[in-house]
Design a protein around this ligand. Structure first.
Ligand SMILES: [Zn+2]
Length: 299
């Protein structure tokens, strides 16, 4: 009887413990489930927020893209207008060959008076380094007309011509501190016949092709001041030659010389400029995209 009472109590105790464990497990898992539920819904909330943010950002992005496109179109339109205006404009490119010389500073002063920039096709004149610097410092363009201008040497061979051009480039760079643009004027022009006696009739077209391959743009001229037709040309002839020559062209590449004896070129310059202004010209320096009068056409 005692034994069964004991067994009965024991059974009770076991049952109580089992119930306790069972309850513990149930509340545990319910607690976990509640916790997991909270975490998931929190994550979902954050996820939804992010999705909304992305949608907003995409909207902003589309807006920005639209704005960029509109701006690009405006730039394109303005550029086209500018190109049209430029193609219709009367532009004079004053060019001075063979300098610098004792006339360079007077020429620069006159150009300054009219606030005009010009292009100087220089040669290599040792001892006049300060003038190259002055040309560049006053905003003009220095271009290549070979170091020596000595026909016998420059037109002796393509190699000689290239080394003349490179020698002058190095000289300009060392005196001005800037590399000159690859703009070239052949001594005597691209259709000169002086080179024939040194290298034959076909030489200039081979040379033009070779220099184009080196990345050079060459310019002859379409308005001749005729200041090279005499040792010291009459001032009136220079003025008349330029103004007559420019009358029927829209782009005028004006050939003049910056050499010691050419004092009448300096004297003629104010009248040349004023005459071109009254013909409606504006002035610019040469660049590779400028109007290019070229006597020798290479296919
Ligand atoms: Zn020359």
């Amino acid at each position: 009887m005692r034994k069964s009472y004991y067994n009965h109590r024991k059974k009770h105790k076991v049952g109580f413990i089992s119930l306790f464990i069972f309850l513990f497990l149930i509340t545990g898992s319910v607690g976990y489930a509640v916790y997991a539920q909270t975490t998931v819904s929190q994550a979902k909330k954050e996820y939804n927020l992010l999705v909304n943010k992305i949608i907003e950002a995409e909207k902003d992005n589309i807006q920005i893209k639209d704005n960029i496109e509109k701006l690009q179109n405006t730039v394109k339109e303005k550029n086209n207008e500018y190109e049209v205006m430029l193609s219709k404009a009367k532009i004079a490119y004053l060019t001075f060959d063979d300098g610098p010389s004792s006339n360079t500073l007077p020429i620069l002063d006159i150009l300054d008076n009219y606030n005009i920039k010009a292009t100087f096709f220089v040669n290599g004149h040792e001892g006049l380094e300060h003038l190259y610097k002055e040309i560049v410092n006053r905003g003009h363009v220095i271009a290549n007309h070979t170091f020596s201008h000595d026909y016998k040497n420059v037109y002796d061979s393509i190699e000689n011509f290239k080394s003349e051009v490179n020698k002058l480039n190095e000289f300009i760079e060392s005196t001005t501190g800037t590399k000159p643009l690859k703009l070239l004027r052949f001594p005597g022009g691209s259709n000169n016949q002086i080179s024939w006696s040194y290298s034959g009739k076909g030489f200039m077209s081979d040379l033009v092709t070779a220099m184009s391959k080196e990345g050079y743009t060459y310019f002859d001229w379409n308005v001749d001041s005729k200041d090279a037709n005499a040792y010291r040309q009459k001032k009136t002839v220079i003025v008349k030659s330029v103004l007559d020559g420019a009358k029927y062209v829209q782009k005028a590449n004006v050939l003049m010389h910056d050499l010691g004896p050419k004092t009448t070129t300096v004297e003629a310059l104010p009248e040349v400029i004023e005459g071109l202004i009254s013909q409606g010209f504006i002035f610019d320096t040469l660049s590779k995209d400028s109007y290019k009068p070229q006597f020798l056409k290479i296919k």
